[in-house]
Design a protein around this ligand. Structure first.
Ligand code: COA
Length: 161
């Protein structure tokens, strides 16, 4: 059985992430979306919220599981018996960082490969921070986020009553 890990901070999960999750679920028998617990990015959403949001968007993909992790990604992959790490490449600007990370991971765990999927062109510009910025200024989120996720993001920026 082939198992892949798709890691990230997912703060929040976007339609671009979903595109990668859905395509990975067609390539592998089992896909584990790994939510980085201690992100240095001081996330807007808690670990539990981020996990639940991904479970919501991936609810119709039976071979997709969502788990939080901390520590080294390759150790998490080993624990889950995953032989592949999936990453999405949006633009050439992603490449250098992704290549460095893939090579580091390969030195630590030579038995685990990194597979890059090119992001759907529709989402090549998208990031979680950009979606949050649009939400902060009250902009329309339907091109970036699942409707349920969009309401949760909007609620975070709604003025306290
Ligand atoms: N669609 C939309 N946005 C995408 C995307 C896609 N397909 N692919 C990446 N992004 C965006 C994310 O939204 C995120 O945006 P943000 O910076 O505005 O939040 C950004 O690209 C990159 O984030 P992400 O993919 O979540 O990766 P990351 O850089 O936050 O985390 C890990 C990468 C989790 C894989 C890495 O930090 C890790 O492995 N950490 C564990 C520790 C470890 O093993 N370290 C050694 C590695 S060498």
């Amino acid at each position: 059985m082939s198992t892949a890990i798709y890691p990230g901070s997912f703060d929040p999960v976007t339609l671009g992430h979903y595109d990668i999750i859905e395509r990975s679920s067609r390539i592998f028998d089992r896909v584990i979306v790994g939510v980085l617990r201690n992100s240095a990015k001081s996330p807007l959403f808690s670990e539990e919220e981020r996990v639940n949001m991904i479970r919501h968007v991936a609810r119709n993909l039976p071979n997709v599981e969502v788990k939080a992790f901390d520590g080294l990604l390759v150790e998490f992959a080993r624990e889950e018996k995953a032989s592949v790490i999936v990453r999405g490449l949006r633009a050439v600007t992603d490449f250098e960082y992704e290549l460095q990370m893939a090579q580091m991971n390969r030195v630590i765990a030579p038995e685990i490969d990194t597979l890059f999927l090119t992001t759907n062109l529709k989402y090549a510009y998208l990031s979680s921070s950009m979606a949050k910025e649009v939400a902060m200024y009250g902009g329309k989120l339907s091109a970036f986020l699942d409707p349920e996720i969009a309401s949760l993001v909007r609620a975070k920026f709604a003025p306290e009553k």
